[in-house]
Design a protein around this ligand. Structure first.
Ligand code: LLP
Length: 430
């Protein structure tokens, strides 16, 4: 029934981090995002350990687009890892949290000149260059400011990972990065070598998200290493870093089976370490960018059950007091989720329902065909594994304030993101 070890059952009531969710609802109301701190920290530590065991030098960058807020940046800093930021807003959040600029890697397929200037002014560690426009802009800004900027190139390795179309990125038909097949990537490397204000330190690839299979990761590593060798053979340089991106799948459904990250790490490391040995290359420092797999299973969202509509021979709609505003993922990707009636865990699940949100939009659904105990108004509805890409993708559609987020640890809870107020909604209106 549960997708994460931080969840439990206390006499029929769901618990997270040892706290009963009815107590959380009493204290903070609904809708409510809840995040388990130990799960987040353990996920980070496991990635670090796995890198350490398999490579001489490695670094975890938390892909903060999964959930970017001050407290997550503080935790990432506290755990000694780096950060993948994808906008000036994410960088601003990290810097405000006291995150060291040199451990921030700046991504994005269309960074604006203002964003690039902001990053360079703030001495952001590395900019991952996506295209020629950006390359020229960075060089010009760096020259003006008399700075040397460390860069990596984002490469499309030509790998087709088997995941949802909208979250695949490794194939040539993608808006991200330089293609290998047509020489774009090669020419980008070549043209950077004599640029005085740019220091090329490595290459990056990210083949997609929520990938269950280990093969595409292994294939991407092979392709990237071949390119490292080509760069060494033709330009006599050995790049220091190889960033393999994120994309590791998590359990959304109890029945999801994902390969352990350790297995993936070992398989990919074997490919890289063997290739380097066979070709007398030095093993670059390996970076990974997990986002979903750091925070996804650490989070749940709590709602209250409102109206229930039983449409004979069609379906039963169970409406909650949130929806696509706080979790747009079913509307966007038809994503799987476990949905539970959190106060009826010990009751028989024999009622089939579509869990719908409260937005003026027929597609505002959280999940279809959920089998649950018969719900009643006022029941607590819990959606599991919502730590990633929920709050970070939330909106104020229909002028619904975004929920609060509460962190639980040692059976205590604290607000890490306040619930939005009506005043927040009109703050920028004139
Ligand atoms: N690195 C880069 C360059 C990325 O673009 C991403 C995700 C990651 C790392 C982290 O990937 P993860 O480990 O979280 O899979 N909104 C979609 C997911 C979009 C992913 C965007 N890039 C969703 O809700 O499924």
């Amino acid at each position: 029934m549960f997708t994460s070890d931080c969840l439990g059952n206390d006499n029929g009531m769901l618990t997270i981090g040892g706290i009963r969710v009815d107590d959380l609802v009493k204290e903070y109301s609904t809708p409510l995002y809840v995040l388990d701190e130990d799960t987040v920290r353990n996920n980070i530590r496991n990635f670090k350990k796995s890198l350490d065991e398999n490579y001489e030098k490695g670094m975890v960058l938390y892909a903060s687009k999964a959930l970017n807020c001050l407290e997550l940046c503080r935790i990432a800093n506290d755990e000694g890892i780096g950060l993948d930021c994808v906008s000036a807003g994410e960088i601003y959040t990290a810097l405000t949290a006291g995150f060291p600029a040199e451990r921030i890697y700046f991504h994005g397929n269309n960074k604006t000149e203002d964003e690039l200037e902001y990053a360079i002014d703030n001495n952001i560690g590395v900019i991952i260059v996506d295209n020629y426009y950006e390359l020229d802009a960075i060089e010009e800004i760096a020259k003006q400011k008399k700075k040397t900027v460390k860069v990596m190139f984002r490469i499309k390795p030509g790998i087709d990972a088997h995941t949802h179309d909208f979250i695949r990125t490794g194939q040539i038909d993608s808006k991200f990065g330089f293609a290998l097949e047509n020489g774009e990537a090669y020419n980008a490397v070549k043209s950077t070598l004599d640029k005085e204000n740019l220091k090329l330190i490595g290459l990056h690839c990210h083949i997609g998200s929520q990938i269950f299979d280990d093969q595409p990761f292994m294939e991407a590593a092979r392709v990237m290493m071949k390119f490292y060798k080509q760069i060494k053979d033709e330009f006599s340089i050995e790049l220091d870093q190889l960033n393999l991106g994120g994309g590791f799948a998590i359990k959304y459904l109890e029945t999801d089976e994902h390969i352990g990250y350790d297995t993936y790490m070992k398989e990919v490391a074997t490919i890289i370490n063997d290739f380097c040995k066979e070709n007398a290359l030095k093993v670059p420092m390996i970076l990974i960018e997990p986002g979903r797999s750091v925070v996804g299973a650490a989070g749940i969202t709590l709602y209250k059950c409102g109206s229930i509509k039983e449409i004979k021979n069609i379906r039963n709609y169970v409406a909650i007091d949130g929806g696509m505003g706080d979790n747009p993922r079913y509307a966007l990707y038809e994503s799987d989720y476990e949905v539970l009636i959190a106060n009826k865990l010990n009751e028989k699940a024999d009622y089939k329902a579509t869990v719908a949100g409260k937005c003026c939009e027929s597609g505002d659904l959280i999940q279809e065909n959920v089998v649950m105990p018969k719900p009643e108004k006022g029941d607590i509805v819990a959606v599991l594994s919502t730590g990633a890409y929920n709050y970070s993708m939330a909106s104020n559609y229909n002028r619904i304030p975004r929920p609060a987020m509460v962190m639980v640890k040692d059976k205590k809870s604290r607000v890490i993101i306040k619930r939005e107020t009506f005043e927040d909604l009109v703050r920028n209106d004139i």
